[in-house]
Design a protein around this ligand. Sequence first.
Ligand SMILES: *Cc1c(COP(=O)(O)O)cnc(C)c1O
Length: 365
Amino acid sequence: MKEERYPRLIINRAKLRHNIIEVKKLCDDHGIEMAGVIKGFNGIPQCTEEFAKAGVSYIGSSRLEQLQRAADFGVKTPFMLIRIPMLSEVSQVVEITDISLASDIEVLKALDGAAGQQEKIHKVILMADLGDLREGFWEEEELIAAALMVENDLKNLELAGIGTNLGCYGAIAATPEKLRQLVDLAEVIEAAIGRRLKYISGGATSSLPRLLEDNMPERVNLLRLGEGVILAKDLMDLWGYDMSFLYQDVFTLQAEVVEVRVKPSYPVGEIVVDAFGHKPEYTDKGMRKKALVALGKVDYGNCFELLPREKGIEILGASSDHTILDVEDMDRDLKVGDILEFDLCYATIVYVTSSENIKRVFIDG
Ligand SMILES: *Cc1c(COP(=O)(O)O)cnc(C)c1O
């Protein structure tokens, strides 16, 4: 029999499917189209396929590589590039995707050129920065000028709408007022170009509360959703929303215990710097039962963002390939070879799904 290899990531497709269907229903009920964002799980095509099967309007990613992988896997849903494009990738943007978010005039001109060469019409959503201070036009006049340029001069581009992103850098909330500001901007653009825009894209998971509270401003009609579908944790943990209609355990990280031993909690000798050049601080709690599991920082980033499923485990620290746990308070007698399970959050899942060391196992039910 083939050995089970660890660490592994168990991906429950049935639970993922449930979450996608429920969130899509919520969007449908509010007249909102959904772009399913796959960057959180590194575009694992079997997961992307669940979004496609649920009938989302677009599959979105920040990375062309992930969208290409989805295409190679047979996903036919139109693709959306949600990270404003690099000048160096515009021809691939046009080749691979139907629509992209944009915030720069030079990039728009280059996209238009690439679309002309490929004899395609490429759709763009112009991004407005409403204060979160990541991508987007800041001055209203500049946004309107860009919209007019796309509409009148860039014949190979179609101005599909405008959008915004909130809660990523500046931690700004997607309040009804902020999103109404976006609708107002859209209406100014509509007056300038003399027609209605197809899309007003009101953000990411951080805008889902507007649907949960039923106070999304009229005319916002597209959301780009990742975390709130695949993990459904942030709105619960950070904002206190009841997300019990979704599974928080679509993904399970499993790691194998390679040492269990009672050791001091305070290092013995002269403390200099750890393997990453930091000088950590340690609390002396005397002798404690500790376990090492065989995975480390290269697999998940920050160990303190791993979430042990079992009670009585405290994460003490990690190096590249080891994670050190205090297991003194666990109510079972942990042994070498045992498997421990962890929940993931956005900060860890992006690493775990990118690590070549972590085997993926799909279950369905
Ligand atoms: C990542 C991203 C999203 C999706 O964010 P979630 O929080 O995962 O829903 C949407 N739009 C843009 C521009 C993004 O960068």
